[in-house]
Design a protein around this ligand. Structure first.
Ligand code: ZN
Length: 487
């Protein structure tokens, strides 16, 4: 029997597998992995898997600098329940930041689920909410980031197995599972136990990224070999590290159906439409609010400058349009970013696509250059559709940008526990300060405000009003009061 015919029969009916004397190289890799895990029949008989443990989650694109990796959420009470055949999974965990988190240091309970097309979160008060289709897609893929589930899916005659290869002590194969999602599975060439599963997804800031879960510490569980250590990276960033303390096959996985409130909610296909308000707070200075993340427009004699292009591409595009609408006679040429965090730079590429020069703390420059170069083929954005070169101007401790009409001083917010890359913008004539995250009026906790105040006083800045990039415009006294309250 030829391999082609054998494959055709396999695709037609699983029963034909036994008729194929010579499995294809693709099938050989899957069969070897299945044998190492406990055998094809044992794998196919599994209905549910419950994994309990502890570990950590990374703070993706929210650490002190673009390269830093010291911040993490310590994870306890981790329990992940997977209904293998039904494509349902739910993770419950408690995470505690090991750094000064903007929501405070208290442990947070999380419930994150996926049930077919419906992804959902359950808040601490029991309220379930549907998550976006993009998040749900990642959670569906995550089900297969485990040796048992990926090999089980690869054994399905409807799976498409391609590109068998050997590299660096591993045998590797690409798998399109029956629902169409694509994965790469690597197995140890000697033990044939799975070592890694990789899938690709879109990250709005980084574009095409590989999510890779590595497996180690295999142990015997109910006639199977299962890993006791699972480490996941998104691109080069470690996003999860789990040490398994207990795993159960076909135990009580609980009810993994999406809660009714999430299941009946409309699908979220993208960010909400952008709403941008424009309030002229002083001559030549506009506060552009309307959603969770704000921007500031600054009018110079011969050009306009935008401070911040946050949140997502639609918001950034709308903010840029608002700037041009408010001052149609002058070109918008500069974007100042407050710091490198993903929510504050999600519009960076949109701004580059619009031809803006980027002004940022020097420590961000290599990261921004890379962000602008990266491939965005999975979810093409404006810059992917229309590539443009970028000019990045670096600020280290301070820089004055001044002409006949306007003066703005950009200062590094030194030593702030939120990020090492923070810039604030000070308008000496108008006595206005623009800052992000260091002080967010109305927030329950203000872990970074003391340092902001210190920086303002150290530089002897005369501030009447703060234009925060989160929250509403506040008198300077509100920043001072955050310290009175804690003393
Ligand atoms: Zn931030």
């Amino acid at each position: 029997m030829t391999r082609t015919l054998c494959f055709a029969l396999l695709t037609a009916a699983a029963a034909a597998a036994s008729a194929c004397a010579t499995p294809t190289p693709e099938q050989q890799i899957v069969n070897a992995a299945a044998a190492a895990l406990g055998g094809r029949d044992r794998i196919l008989a599994v209905k549910t898997l419950v994994i309990e443990g502890e570990g950590s989650n990374g703070n993706l694109l929210q650490d002190m600098t673009p390269e830093a990796a010291g911040q993490a959420f310590l994870v306890s009470g981790y329990k992940r329940s997977i209904d293998v055949a039904a494509g349902r999974a739910r993770t419950e965990q408690t995470r505690t930041p090991n750094f000064a988190y903007f929501q405070g240091q208290a442990p947070q309970k999380q419930v994150l689920g996926i049930d077919g097309d419906v992804g959902y979160n359950v808040a601490a008060n029991g309220t379930a909410a549907r998550v976006s289709n993009a998040v749900a897609k990642d959670r569906r893929a995550e089900i297969y980031h485990h040796p048992l589930t990926i090999v089980r899916a690869a054994l399905d005659p409807a799976a498409r197995l391609t590109n068998p290869r050997t590299a660096g002590g591993e045998r590797v194969i690409d798998i399109a599972v029956p629902n169409g999602s694509a994965f790469t599975l690597a197995i140890d060439a000697a033990t044939t136990l799975p070592t890694r599963v990789v899938s690709m997804t879109d990250n709005p800031n980084l574009g095409d990224v590989a999510i890779e879960t590595s497996f180690s510490g295999y142990q015997d569980v109910a006639g199977l070999k299962l890993p006791a250590r699972l480490t996941t990276k998104t691109d080069k960033y470690t996003t999860a590290d789990l040490r398994v303390t207990r795993q159960t096959i076909d135990g009580d996985a609980g009810n993994l159906a999406a809660p009714a409130a999430a299941a009946s909610a409309a699908a979220i296909t993208g960010p909400p439409p952008a709403t941008v308000t424009g309030e002229e707070v002083a001559k030549g200075i506009w506060f552009l609010a309307g959603q969770s993340h704000h921007s500031v427009l600054v009018e110079f004699h011969d050009h306009l400058m935008l401070i911040e292009a946050p949140l997502n591409e639609p918001r950034a595009v709308a903010v840029i349009a608002k700037a041009r609408e408010l001052r149609p006679g002058k070109p918008l040429t500069q974007l100042v970013t407050s710091h490198h965090h993903s929510d504050h730079t999600a519009g960076l590429r949109a701004a580059v696509a619009e031809g803006l020069t980027i002004i940022t703390h020097g420590a961000n420059a290599p990261f921004y250059e890379e962000a602008i170069r990266r491939a965005h083929t999975i979810a093409p954005d404006a810059l992917a559709r229309n590539s443009k070169p970028v000019t990045i101007e670096k600020v280290d401790e301070e820089r004055e940008i001044k002409d006949a009409a306007m003066t703005v001083d950009l200062y590094h917010i030194a030593g702030n526990p939120h990020a090492d890359t923070l810039l604030m913008a000070y308008f000496p004539k108008q006595r206005i300060l623009v800052e992000a995250d260091a002080f967010s009026p109305g927030a329950a906790v203000q872990p970074y405000a003391a340092n902001l105040l210190e920086n303002v006083r150290k530089r002897n800045l005369k501030v009447d009003r703060i234009l925060p990039l989160h929250g509403t415009i506040a008198p300077f006294g509100d920043l001072v009061k955050t310290q009175a309250a804690t003393q």
